[in-house]
Design a protein around this ligand. Structure first.
Ligand SMILES: [Zn+2]
Length: 91
């Protein structure tokens, strides 16, 4: 019987800068869509999910939250951001 502990497979780290460089955030700018009131911004389920999430890259628990809105305001995206390694993951 092996006594080795299995190392969990980690996702390759992707930062917001990587997403911008590869065009994933083209037409998007940081910030909430105008339709999000301050209350909505503070209580978004994505924000709560990020706060309880584990970083897929380094395993840090408790991720930050960033919103990006399309320049024409037609849609928005939520990203969980790891405060430890800066890994960013879209919802
Ligand atoms: Zn991380």
């Amino acid at each position: 019987m092996s006594t080795q502990t299995q190392t969990p497979t980690r996702a390759r780290r992707v930062t917001l800068a990587d997403l911008e460089r590869t065009g994933k955030l083209d037409d998007f700018q940081p910030g909430h869509t105008p339709s999000h009131s301050a209350l909505i911004r503070d209580t978004l389920p994505e924000r709560e999910a990020a706060a309880e999430a584990t970083c897929a890259s380094c395993g840090h628990v408790g991720l930050g939250f960033r919103a990006f809105t399309r320049r024409d305001g037609s849609s928005w995206r939520a990203y969980a951001m790891c405060p430890h390694c800066q890994h960013a993951e879209g919802f």
